[in-house]
Design a protein around this ligand. Structure first.
Ligand code: HEC
Length: 129
């Protein structure tokens, strides 16, 4: 009896661990990287206006994505991730065309995952290139 019990709780713990792992892997940083490089960076180009992921810490990026105040609130990051925006540039931007059907929330998570991974204290600090 006792041993059945521990097998069951072992399975339950295992499933819990799996679901947490799934949550952490929510954002696809590889897709986020493509969008960041070919859409975001396409705008932030040249000299001092480049904004590489490694220019901020993981905590700063989390706060930035949470606030959604692009250009100090003049524009929103959500807009630049939206389908409407992707539609508007897809003819000349391959990344926007490629990810045209990715839901906005998902794509935002992907970009955030890349920014956090590429942060100066992240797993793989990243430049713009
Ligand atoms: C249409 C052009 C454009 C697009 C697209 C764009 N940005 Fe920006 N971004 C700007 C401008 C302009 C600034 C403000 C000037 C500067 O700091 O260089 C800025 C500033 C920023 C900043 C610095 C802090 C701030 O908000 O002022 C971050 C971080 C940023 N953008 C992230 C992103 C991300 C992530 C994306 C892609 C999802 C993105 N931007 C897409 C034009 C753009």
């Amino acid at each position: 009896m006792k041993s059945h019990f521990s097998i069951l709780s072992g399975i339950t713990l295992g499933l819990l661990a799996l679901s947490f792992a799934g949550e952490a892997a929510d954002g696809d940083w590889k897709r986020g990287r493509v969008y960041y490089r070919f859409v975001c960076t396409d705008c932030h180009k040249g000299g001092s206006s480049e904004i590489p992921p490694n220019s901020r810490s993981m905590a700063e990026w989390k706060a930035y994505f949470q606030a959604d105040k692009h250009e100090k609130g003049k524009t929103s990051l959500k807009y630049y991730v939206s389908k409407a925006f992707r539609e508007s540039i897809k003819a000349k931007n391959q990344a926007a065309a490629k990810f045209i059907d990715v839901p906005e929330d998902q794509l935002m998570k992907d970009i955030e995952a890349f920014a956090i991974r590429g942060a100066k204290d992240g797993d793989a600090p990243a430049t713009c290139n």
